[in-house]
Ligand binder design. Sequence first.
Ligand SMILES: [Zn+2]
Length: 369
Amino acid sequence: MSDRSPLVKCLVWDLDNTLWRGTLLEDGQVSLVPGVREVVRALDERGILQSVASKNDHDLAWARLTELGLAEYFLYPQINWGPKSVSVTRIAAELKFALGTVAFIDDQPAERAEVAFGAPAVRCYDAGLVGTLPGLAEFSPAVVTVDAARRRQMYQASFRREAAKESFAGPDEEFLRSLELQMVIKRADEVDLSRVEELTLRTSQMNATGVHYGDAVLRELLADPGHEVLTVMLADRFGPHGAVGVMLLQCLPGVWHLKLLATSCRVVSFGAGAVILNWLIDQAARAGAHLAADFRPTERNRMMDIAYRFAGFAVAECGCLAALPARDPGSGIQCLHLTAEPRSAPTTMTLTSPDLAASHTPARTSPAH
Ligand SMILES: [Zn+2]
């Protein structure tokens, strides 16, 4: 493998004589190949998903994986008598991964050849290499973010959520309430910065300006009392959604300048964008500030455009805008304005957030009487 090969996003395991020693249906009891548990855990912590393609009795094999304490690590396991190229392709389709990001490990040359023939983009590894996998470049992401380490749990929560949604007959708002959504908006710290950067890079659909703020810039702004760098986390009764939004805000007296808002497209259907904007508008209102938001319309961020307009932002003249830095007319960035008024708390989720208004309300001059 050259170091140009893309990172592996999912490793698919054979079981007999690959994950465990022996053949389950012949030997009855099988034990793990030494070191395998550590490899499974190491890849999981790096955010690499794992699955199983095994020709075996499904119930027996799954029971053994459960006894071994490994079942929870495998998403969409394919334990059946069909061709493994079909199993691997099905796993990739369920995860919405390209086959070129999937790897397969098996002790049988014939099985590896079958996968290589039926799904040529999949990278195949001999079971003898198992202990070396964590050391290979394609299994070594440069940065492991907090969310990457929880990627499997986030997928599993998402399966349970989808299943609950399919079996739910009531209106959408009732379904949202049944999720027991909890949003946490917090001031970013150093640890959060990796999430912030990941989000601004990944969320072009939901990034209001398309401007990417690098780590160094954000690190500087964390220390600047006039700026707020905020992250948004969402969870529900099925588990975490992880970091789903980031805001970069400059709080000037009389006007708060929203320089960046990016949210994950995973949470659009929960109305997260509207909840974030309403919270911000309410905070600005309590600080006696107007809001100005940078926005650059693109083909891909129409949902964000709608969220801003729906919240009440518009292109408008206002004296407060004179406080903002002059913008480069060639940048294509519009300035949307809103005269902030108090907003009510969300009805579909609980919200925990810092009190920005308290930190950024200008000190009153002495009363006139
Ligand atoms: Zn204004």
